[in-house]
Design a protein around this ligand. Structure first.
Ligand code: PLP
Length: 368
């Protein structure tokens, strides 16, 4: 059987198009968690105007973008390092902080372990528990800090969507200081939450020199092909990451786009409203009509567990034939062959997915 996630991630339109014989533009992609509204229209205008600036090198110190971001987040610009996507910031953290052992909490974003292997670090994991909504037992998490030099925590975590309370984050940060272990909190999806639910250590970072936050702008502003993310931490820690960055790795158009995006509050509000409504709609229909279990996360994607009689890999192939891509999660350590993930998209797209799910699973024992 063809392996749609042969490069380890969702959103691989190229592979899906080859496997299903359907043009990339015709595929409906629920496998990558990108804002379904698409990039803000102002951004497309900005990039078109900005094209003339590509005859110059981008600012190697990213001053204008960092300044605007520092203003918005109310922090010092020296505490920020923009990267070519959040993924580059993670790579820079591993290179700059040179951990020998990296801790992860399974199931989690596969790049944590992949980057660890790429830069020669050993990975130690503990497992989120089903009964704790995929959060780890406290004592196991503490041991992870004791036995590693750097721990990655997804908040919201991919693929579960689970978030941590402020008390839990503060406790982890305190453990990071106690054990001199770096804590990287991957907040790539936090912008999709309503502001009141965006629990973050950003205002407390002063107290925690071992804590780094990493955010992505590619998902929320729907620019994964342009690439933009950033890391926030103590300036002397950020300097260590900076020293490993290839000069000009963040391109001029991404910097222009990033700066503009910081001022698009209508788009932010519209996105969060859409995600909140459509999340509820998807959860309600999946749980009530299909009787499948949805992980109680908070992000713009849902982790769903099928009944024993259906495998997510088969469902992925069935839906793929209809031009719909979902993320089979069976290869995530800590998950089962019944787990899959879908992005929250627009109402019409979600209705199409739900109809296809019902159709595909009819007669396969989908009902409880
Ligand atoms: C949890 C998580 N963090 C970071 C990233 C990478 O984000 P970016 O596109 O900004 O590199 C992803 C991409 O899928 C992700 O799922």
């Amino acid at each position: 059987m063809a392996w749609i996630e042969r490069y380890g991630h969702g959103g691989d339109l190229h592979t899906a198009s080859m496997v299903f014989g359907i043009g990339q533009e015709e595929l409906l992609d629920f496998s990558a968690n990108i804002n379904p509204l698409g990039p803000p229209h102002e951004l497309l205008t900005e990039i078109t105007h900005g094209l003339k600036s590509i005859i110059h090198y981008p600012d190697p110190a990213h001053r204008s973008f960092r300044g605007a971001l520092a203003n918005k987040l109310d922090i010092d610009a020296d505490c920020i390092l923009p990267g070519n996507g959040a993924a580059e910031c993670m790579a820079l953290a591993i290179q700059g902080l040179a951990p020998r052992r990296i801790g992860v909490v399974y199931p989690c974003f596969s790049e944590y372990a992949r980057l660890a292997a790429q830069f020669g670090a050993e990975v130690t994991g503990c497992y989120g528990q089903d009964e704790l909504n995929y959060k780890p037992r406290q004592e196991e998490l503490f041991q992870l800090f004791q036995h590693t030099d750097l721990v990655f925590i997804g908040h919201p975590n991919n693929p579960t969507g689970i978030t941590y309370s402020l008390a839990e984050l503060m406790e982890m940060a305190a453990w990071a200081e106690l054990t001199s272990t770096y804590l990287i909190i991957d907040e790539a999806f936090i912008d999709f939450l309503q502001p009141k639910n965006q629990i973050t250590l950003l205002p407390q970072l002063d107290q925690f020199p071992h804590v780094i936050l990493i955010r992505s702008m590619t998902k929320f502003y729907a620019i994964p092909g342009l690439r933009l993310g950033f890391a926030v931490g103590h300036s002397h820690v950020i300097d260590k990451l900076k020293h490993k960055q290839v000069t000009w790795s963040v391109n001029q158009l991404a910097l222009l786009a990033g700066e503009l995006c910081l001022h698009l509050s209508d788009y932010e509000i519209q996105t969060r409203q859409l995600i909140e409504q459509q999340r509820s709609f998807l959860i309600h229909t999946i749980e009530e009509d299909l009787k499948w279990k949805v992980c109680p996360g908070e992000a713009n994607f849902l982790l769903v567990r099928l009944p024993e009689t259906i495998k997510s890999a088969d469902l992925q192939m069935d839906l793929g034939q209809q031009g719909i891509m979902i993320r089979d999660c069976s290869m995530y350590p800590g998950l089962s062959p019944q787990d899959f993930r879908i992005a929250v998209r627009t109402e019409d797209e979600n209705i199409r997915l739900l109809a296809a799910l019902k159709q595909c699973t009819m007669g396969k024992g989908s009902r409880a």
